[in-house]
Design a binder for this molecule. Structure first.
Ligand code: NAD
Length: 257
């Protein structure tokens, strides 16, 4: 896979799936912009380490994607991009009646609205060059639901809708837009929800992993960040040039049930 010369932005790429995807893009020679909202020295170091390790250009740009203007500015500060991966996401687990409204607003802003803003900012450059790839990291929860995750499920279903619409608005212009829908991957995001799941389900950690998380996945295995990076590279390849406006599940059979 050769993506030399292609400029990629991966939102929320200092940990978990975003980091795995950034490493896959770096391995293919893409020029990278890493992002999160924390702006720590170690975030900038991560980009320079990756640049050295893969012999590519890489830099870190801080942007709080809960704010629409910062999401658009991320793309403008990067000078546009050929590959946009909308990956940043957060989670909160609670029954609807006690779900904090502020958590609802923040989840919708980061998981859904930020992808609208970055896509709007990136498309003019992609149209001008006649080539572009927008990949939205949705979720199995973009195709099906689980209790206690109302905002996350609503946001991810929204991401799937945005993906279809973006695919239609760019069809035939050398640009594709697709969503990857992972099942569970053991990242900091999933680790952080385990204590809440333990509380709402009255279970210990191992039982939550077995009976709440992996129970949904017929494979009974977590997907890996490398497997998601590989799926993304395929979407960036010419083999996938006619794949647009659709979802690709990497979920061990979850959504086939
Ligand atoms: P993670 O917590 O490991 O990483 C999330 C990233 O988003 C981090 O880099 C974090 O700094 C960044 N981020 C959070 N808030 C931000 C903000 N306001 N502005 C900018 N960046 C922000 O999570 P992950 O598990 O790697 O999840 C990545 C994506 O994959 C999310 O969209 C998530 O919904 C999706 N996903 C994850 C799983 C899973 O099992 N881990 C499954 C399906 C979908």
């Amino acid at each position: 896979m050769d993506l030399q010369g292609k400029r990629a932005i991966v939102t929320g790429s200092t940990s978990g799936i975003g980091l795995g995807i950034a490493e896959a893009l770096a391995g293919a020679g893409a020029r990278l912009v890493l992002n999160s909202f924390t702006d720590r020295a170690e975030d900038h170091d991560l980009a320079s380490d990756m640049a050295k390790r893969f012999g590519i250009e890489a830099r870190y740009i801080s942007a709080d994607l809960s704010i629409g203007e910062e999401a658009r500015n991320l793309v403008h500060q990067a000078g546009g991009c050929d590959i946009l991966v909308n990956n940043a996401g957060i989670q909160h687990v609670a029954p609807i009646e006690s779900f904090p409204p502020a958590a609802w607003d923040r989840i919708i802003a980061i998981n859904l609205s930020s992808a609208f803003h970055t896509t709007a900012a990136a498309l003019p450059g992609m149209r001008a060059s006649g080539w572009g790839r927008v990949v939205n990291i949705a979720s199995a929860h973009g195709l099906t639901a689980s209790p206690y995750k109302s905002a996350y499920v609503a946001a991810k279903h929204g991401v799937v809708g945005l993906t279809k619409t973006t695919g239609l608005e760019t069809a035939g212009q050398g640009i594709t837009c697709n969503a990857i829908c992972p099942g569970y991957v053991l990242t900091p995001l999933v680790e952080a929800q385990i204590p809440d799941q333990m509380q709402v389900h009255h279970m210990d950690r191992e039982t939550v992993i077995r009976e709440v998380l992996l129970e949904r996945q017929p494979s009974k295995q977590f997907a890996t960040t490398e497997q998601l990076g590989g799926t993304l590279l395929w979407l960036c390849s010419d083999y996938a040039a006619q794949v647009t406006g659709t979802t690709i599940s990497v979920d061990g059979g979850w959504t086939a049930l």
